[in-house]
Design a protein around this ligand. Structure first.
Ligand SMILES: [Zn+2]
Length: 333
């Protein structure tokens, strides 16, 4: 660390004296965001900082001085907020067989963040692992990861994991910069560590996906909810299905072969805008999905119902409904 700078040549003030180092004083608000104020010791110092800048005047970079004050490495945002350097929090450990262990209480803390901050949904059903992004003492966001919610997708891509939720805290924009990309990046790293070959996730059709692109994801499919995802809750009125709110599936390959395969489907996706018939078929899929969700809820209430038996019943119901819709001419076989 640098030697302590000399006292103020004009007034003799020691920068380490009250109210804070280098005239800096910090308060932390209810969101855990620290606001720092600079109060120069005298008119000379105010003018010196104005003329030469903080670093030249105090012989110390402003970010470093603030960091010493608040206790963590910090940056200053335009509006005077102290922004801790982004720190990935990712305590899950791969067990080498596709499973992960996380420290006690970690899942609960991540889910609490989702409950508090997610716009569309509550905590997800499944859990492989979760990652978080902190800045200083502020938790900026979390991402939760599970097996693909669509069982069809899970069997099509056995090496896939799905980002089931990304939830950012309601903090100033400066603190959220690149947060989503960093969360997805950490998810990819952790998935690769566990031997998985791809990550999938969904956005609503009207979301830009810029953060996903920045994290190496490409769009591969458009649907009402990717098969019978729990996230699809279609409105059924008089047999009509609300077609708004279509979802886009994004993927990122983690191995050479998965990368190539994802790239090929992404190219096909870009080339073919969704046809009317496809939209219709997807709408039917989401009707089936909603029915399967209800069936699963009922099955879960049956005492002694084990997952393999339940999965078989659900698969059976799915096949029967698909056949029924196909016969009615709604879905291509
Ligand atoms: Zn002074």
């Amino acid at each position: 660390m640098d030697a302590a700078p000399s006292t103020c040549p004009a007034c003799g003030h020691d920068p380490f004296d009250e109210p804070g180092y280098y005239g800096l004083d910090g308060t932390t608000d209810a969101q855990g965001v620290t606001h720092v104020h600079w109060m120069p010791c005298c008119q000379w110092r105010a003018e010196d900082v104005q003329d030469r800048g903080f670093e030249a005047s105090y012989e110390k970079p402003l970010g470093q001085a603030v960091g010493e004050l608040v206790g963590y490495d910090a940056q200053l945002a335009d509006d005077g907020l102290v922004v801790g350097l982004p720190e990935r929090v990712s305590p899950a450990r791969s067990k080498g067989d596709g499973r992960y262990t996380s420290p006690k209480g970690w899942q609960a803390r991540v889910f609490e963040h989702v409950d508090e901050h997610h716009r569309h949904h509550d905590r997800p059903q499944g859990w492989k692992f979760g990652v978080a992004l902190d800045r200083g003492r502020t938790r900026i966001g979390v991402a939760t990861v599970g097996r693909p919610v669509s069982r069809m997708l899970a069997s099509q891509f056995p090496g896939a994991l799905e980002v089931t939720r990304v939830a950012l805290a309601d903090v100033p924009k400066d603190l959220r910069t690149n947060a989503i990309s960093m969360l997805y990046g950490e998810v990819a790293r952790k998935a690769r560590e566990g031997g998985y070959d791809r990550i999938i996730t969904y956005t609503m059709e009207d979301e830009s996906g810029d953060s996903l692109r920045a994290a190496g994801f490409v769009p591969t499919h458009r649907s009402r909810g990717g098969g019978w995802s729990r996230e699809s809750r279609p409105r059924e009125d008089g047999g009509k299905v609300d077609l708004t709110g279509a979802k886009v599936r994004w993927e990122r390959g983690l191995t050479r072969s998965a990368k190539r395969e994802v790239k090929e489907r992404a190219a096909a996706f870009d080339a073919e805008p969704m046809q009317r018939e496809e939209r219709r078929a997807d709408a039917i899929e989401s009707v089936i999905a909603a029915r399967l969700d209800r069936l699963e809820t009922r099955l879960q209430r049956i005492p002694g119902m084990e997952w393999p038996r339940m999965a078989a019943l659900l698969e059976e119901a799915y096949a029967a409904m698909r056949e029924q819709f196909t016969k009615a001419g709604h879905v291509d076989p």
